[in-house]
Write a protein that binds this ligand. Structure first.
Ligand code: PGA
Length: 257
């Protein structure tokens, strides 16, 4: 983390878990376990149907609400889709785009991720842009090349002012939900590389100000070490964000200098 130049963000990704009726007890337990002074922004990305309930319940703990996906279209005949305007209308502040599960199960490519990020930015929602390599790519030593391509493609046509709202999440696919975390060194290396890619496009200052999160089996035990890395500005947390005590522990781990 480097709090001097950028925000520290702990974002939970609930995926297709939790219920509107379990939000209140979750928040109550989180509140009891949360550090008194928060040293990061806390976000919870819930299934869209639960967002209004999450916003109501999250107010007291100052938790920003996030969505997990958005349509790249503004409005119209797109049955089942949700637009950035609709997300903004109910108070969504962040939205994940390009999660590897969307890429894998819904065939989302880099162009679509770029279009979704732009749609969000236009409505004032911060995109959390996910990138990350597969195990095969890591074993073939293609990690940085591949991730650099994903970052460039996702940010195409986004100007430096809009970049200020963007968050990048580095999530190696082999570490997601597997219990296998990237080592702090591996995660730092790629996050540093992502910042270098952004520096090349936008220059030193904008690159210094972008928050880059690590995601992939981050938990209450390993969070402190990952967050101690200079280019890791927070976490995108799946499994551990479903457990209020663990999530609170990760939030508390951002208190280190
Ligand atoms: P995980 O998920 O923490 O359960 O590995 C992270 C993510 O997919 O964002």
């Amino acid at each position: 983390m480097n709090r001097k130049y950028r925000k520290t963000i702990i974002a939970g990704n609930w995926k297709m878990n939790q219920l509107a009726s379990t939000i209140k007890p979750f928040m109550e337990e989180l509140k009891v376990n949360m550090p008194r002074t928060k040293t990061c922004d806390v976000v919870l990305c819930a299934p869209a149907i639960m967002v209004p309930a999450l916003i109501r319940a999250g107010k007291e703990c100052k938790i920003a609400s996030g969505a997990q996906d958005v349509s790249c279209f503004e409005k119209g005949a797109y049955t089942g889709e949700i637009s950035a305007t609709q997300l903004a209308d109910v108070g969504v502040k962040y939205c994940i785009v390009g999660h590897s599960e969307r890429r894998q199960y819904h065939g989302e490519d880099d162009m679509l991720v770029n279009a979704k990020a732009k749609a969000l930015l236009e409505k004032g929602i911060a995109p959390i842009i996910c990138v990350g390599e597969s195990l095969e790519q890591r074993e073939m030593d293609l990690t940085m090349e591949y991730v650099a391509y994903q970052v460039k493609a996702a940010l195409a046509g986004i100007d430096a002012t809009q970049l200020r709202r963007c968050v990048i999440a580095y999530e190696p696919i082999w570490a997601i939900g597997t219990g296998k975390t990237a080592t702090a060194e591996q995660a730092q290396e790629v996050c540093e590389g992502i910042r270098a890619v952004i520096r090349k496009i936008y220059g030193a200052r904008p690159a210094r100000a972008v928050s880059i999160l690590y995601g992939g089996s981050m938990n209450a035990k390993n969070a402190a070490e990952l967050l101690a890395q200079p280019d890791i500005d927070g976490g995108l947390i799946g499994g551990a964000s479903l457990k209020p005590v663990d999530f609170a522990t990760i939030i508390a781990a951002t208190a280190q200098e």
